[in-house]
Design a protein around this ligand. Structure first.
Ligand SMILES: NC(=O)C1=CN([C@@H]2O[C@H](COP(=O)(O)OP(=O)(O)OC[C@H]3O[C@@H](n4cnc5c(N)ncnc54)[C@H](O)[C@@H]3O)[C@@H](O)[C@H]2O)[C@@H](O)CC1
Ligand SMILES: Nc1ncnc2c1ncn2[C@@H]1O[C@H](COP(=O)(O)OP(=O)(O)OP(=O)(O)O)[C@@H](O)[C@H]1O
Ligand SMILES: [Mg+2]
Length: 346
């Protein structure tokens, strides 16, 4: 039956194109001009969608006033950083500060801590992640944190991953939002039940991480568009928000699917995803705080994701204009302020 049905579809498709061509000949319009117009209409439509969404992102940004105390605009915790990877947690934590958080903590291994501290005096660094009391230590800090970003530079050591499992359980018990990236996604691929149905979680997989998660969660990810694949993964995880990074970022909470096509650059140096995860941590806090009047019925986490994706790509664009081939993530971080202003404050 299937081959016959397939042949029927091909014949029907060919007949439709023939009919369309005939009509176009009648009106003296070339087929490629019509198709081009149809696609540019589609493109214009998605640019309009993106602009509407960015307008809502602007709504969730807390106003800067003289009435606030330190900490109100965001206290973010990054869980990651081990012997091999010290740059990733630094990039995530400093990006959170540069976007506008007031305090940024890093929970990393004992060995990684002095290295991360030496990059920046602005970060608060806890050398606890490989200690037997890791979960307890982070748990003590949780009441003072708004969001956890879990995974940048975490590595895949079993003891660390076991500790992170405990930290995630503790965060969920307190209803603290979590952004899961990098090796945090490796952990979720091994234990998807850890986040099943937790609506305050956002996953930010790159190409490889997305395929690994889909394999683990859906077994047979099947065919279909990028949009469908992301939506399916989100649904299978109980509507956690999924941000698949790539040429276009695809974002879904299982119900809606958004795409971010903000112009970035062709530079693919490591660390850009870490910048995104730290920025997202702050925006998640702001979006959840904003309330329905500001978000106008849109999912706060989708708005936060769209904001972080647009910002990261704009940083990449601006840094590339200045540094070209030699652009690195440090150059992008220097653009966070101007890029944020350009996208959300003008
Ligand atoms: N400066 C730093 O400290 C950085 C650390 N990072 C950390 O590095 C850790 C690993 O993350 P990655 O995203 O690099 O993941 P992987 O180490 O799994 O992959 C790194 C790259 O290797 C390639 N690759 C992966 N599997 C491959 C295969 N089977 N065959 C051929 N090529 C393959 C892909 O290009 C992939 O992007 C994470 O903890 C991450 O946060 C990154 O965030 C980059 C920056
Ligand atoms: N082909 C591409 N074209 C344009 N932008 C891209 C492309 N691929 C990724 N990006 C952008 O680069 C940023 C980081 O995505 P990427 O897939 O490199 O993450 P990552 O591999 O997790 O990075 P990291 O090295 O920090 O771990 C995102 O903002 C994404 O939109
Ligand atoms: Mg990454």
């Amino acid at each position: 039956m299937a081959p016959l049905a397939g042949a029927g579809a091909v014949l029907a498709g060919a007949a439709a194109v023939a009919l369309l061509s005939a009509v176009l000949v009648l009106y003296e319009l070339p087929l490629d001009a019509v198709l081009q117009r149809a696609f540019s209409l589609h493109k214009a439509h998605s640019i309009k969608d993106m602009e509407n969404t960015l307008q809502l992102v602007r709504n969730i940004i807390p106003p800067q006033t003289s009435k606030k105390h330190k900490g109100q605009d965001g206290r973010i915790g990054v869980v990651g950083g081990c012997q091999e990877y010290t740059g990733a947690p630094y990039f995530a934590a400093i990006s959170a500060l540069k976007v506008g958080a007031d305090l940024s903590h890093v929970f990393c291994t004992r060995e990684a801590a002095p290295v991360v501290k030496s990059y920046s005096p602005e970060l608060i660094v806890h050398p606890v992640l490989d200690s037997p009391g890791a979960v307890h230590h982070v748990e003590e800090w949780l009441p003072r944190l708004h969001v956890l970003v879990v995974g940048p530079g975490l590595g895949r050591d079993d003891t660390l991953l076991e500790n992170v499992k405990g930290i995630l359980e503790a965060a969920k018990a307190r209803d603290i939002p979590v952004v899961i990236d990098a090796d945090g996604l490796w952990l979720i691929a091994q234990h998807p039940a850890l986040l099943q149905g937790y609506r305050k979680a956002v996953l930010t997989p790159n190409h490889v991480e997305f395929n690994r998660l889909s394999e683990a969660v859906l077994r047979d990810p099947g065919d279909g568009s990028d949009r469908e694949a992301v939506q399916r993964l989100s649904q299978a995880l109980g509507n956690v928000t999924v941000v698949r990074k790539g040429e276009r970022d695809v974002i879904s909470d299982g119900e809606q699917v958004l795409e971010c096509a903000q112009e970035g650059s062709s530079r693919r140096c490591g660390g850009q995803g870490d910048l995104l995860s730290g920025a997202l941590g702050v925006l998640v806090h702001w979006a959840l705080l904003a309330g329905p009047e500001k978000t106008k019925g849109s999912s706060p986490l989708l708005l936060a994701a769209m904001g972080a994706c647009s910002l990261t790509r704009q940083c990449s664009h601006q840094a590339f204009q200045k540094h070209g081939r030699s652009t690195t993530t440090t150059d992008m971080i220097a653009e966070v302020g101007p890029a944020f202003h350009r996208l959300f404050e003008t």
